[in-house]
Design a protein around this ligand. Structure first.
Ligand SMILES: [Fe+2]
Ligand SMILES: [Fe+2]
Length: 168
């Protein structure tokens, strides 16, 4: 599934750097509330965004891209507190809701982080990815969605929970 060996993906350096980027955000009430919502039926939204965030971070770091923006925007890309009702309206508009919520939570996103969140549903939605990190998070989100729907994301979430204390 994931081509890297577990050891490499969950290296000490990856863990501590990821932990550093996201620890302040994960502890907030707004993020913790995501646990209350089902996402793609099999898991909760908190676990979904964590996996998108970590895999995006790890890929960005491996390729020398902006790993901080990938981690933060990956974590915040589905920050909304309503159930997924499967409507086209929600599908198209939730990135805008998530972006507004993320702005309020962080006190200000970077331009890149904003674009990553707004465009993560492309080609659905109204925003085009405008940087390589946005294209990547769009693809990683799709990939994790497939894992969620096929019951394969839980084991990676368990590894993540063991490896990165800030997310618990
Ligand atoms: Fe989304
Ligand atoms: Fe998502």
């Amino acid at each position: 599934m994931i081509s890297w060996k577990r050891k490499k993906l969950f290296s000490q350096e990856n863990e501590s750097r990821f932990n550093e980027y996201i620890k302040g955000l994960c502890a907030t009430e707004q993020m913790q509330r995501l646990r209350e919502f089902d996402h793609h039926k099999q898991i909760n939204r908190y676990d979904h965004v964590l996996l998108v965030s970590f895999l995006s971070f790890a890929l960005a770091r491996r390729w020398g891209w902006d790993d901080k923006a990938a981690a933060r925007a990956g974590l915040l890309h589905d920050l909304f507190w309503t159930e997924c009702d499967g409507t086209v309206h929600l599908c198209i508009h939730h990135p805008e809701t998530a972006c507004a919520n993320a702005e309020a939570l962080t006190g200000g996103l970077t331009k890149k982080e904003r674009n990553i969140i707004l465009s993560h549903m492309w080609p659905a939605g109204r925003h085009l990815p405008r940087c390589r990190e946005a294209w990547m998070v769009d693809l990683v989100d799709t990939f994790v969605t497939v894992l969620d729907l096929t019951n394969r994301s839980q084991k990676y979430n368990r590894m993540l929970a063991e490896a990165v204390p800030a997310i618990n």
